[in-house]
Structure formats: C-alpha cells, structure tokens
Ligand binder design. Structure first.
Ligand code: ZN
Length: 113
C-alpha cells in the first residue's frame, strides 16, 4: 500500500506549513490526486487519521480533487483527456500518445484555525 508513506508526507508538509503561518489547528486539507496515481481517498483518510494523531492536523478532513489523465498525441500534437479509458487521439485516431499527467499528487490548499 503506497498510501502510507504518501500520507506521512502530506501530514508532515501540512503541519509545517500551518505552523509557519501560526495556525493552531488544521481543519481541512485539499489534495489534488491524479487518476493514474491509484491512490484511494478513503485509504488516505484512514492513514491520515492514524498519522496525524497528536499533531495540529488531527481530525482534519481530507478533500480530494481528482486530476484527469491527459496525453499528447505524438502524431498531430493534439492534447486531450482520456475518455472512457480509451487511450487514442480523438483528432487523428493515433494510438501513439504520451501521458503528460494523472500520476501526481499535491496539497492544493488547507483550512486552518
Ligand atoms: Zn493525433
């Protein structure tokens, strides 16, 4: 399960950021997660609740926004998203494509008190 180390870094980064800004408590953390990353939001929240115990982010709610998979067509240069799991250029029908996002995760913003 790769959610655990990722959640650890989310807790660490969030806590550091919040403390830097003089916050006493983090109530909500918004994450952007690529659809290809395979991260399950429910698992993230479970690990988060465990890891954040005793820190200022304890009890915070994770709000996950999924980033759709995007690719560039190597044939015509068109940039598009994957629709219905079909990895094919909608313009020229080429399957010669390069995935440009969908694998990342990042902290978008957070609510603090
Ligand atoms: Zn194309």
């Amino acid at each position: 399960m790769h959610e655990y180390p990722i959640t650890q870094s989310i807790v660490q980064i969030s806590n550091e950021e919040a403390l830097k800004h003089g916050a006493k408590k983090i109530t909500e953390i918004r994450l952007k997660i690529g659809e290809l990353s395979g991260l399950v939001p429910e698992s993230l929240q479970i690990y988060f609740d465990m890891i954040s115990q005793g820190t200022i982010s304890e009890g915070a709610k994770l709000v996950v926004v999924k980033i759709p998979i995007k690719f560039i067509c190597n044939n015509c240069g068109n940039e598009s998203g994957v629709v219905g799991g079909i990895y094919k250029c909608p313009i020229c029908d080429s399957k010669d494509i390069k995935i440009i996002n969908g694998n990342e995760y990042m902290i978008d913003s957070m609510e603090v008190e």
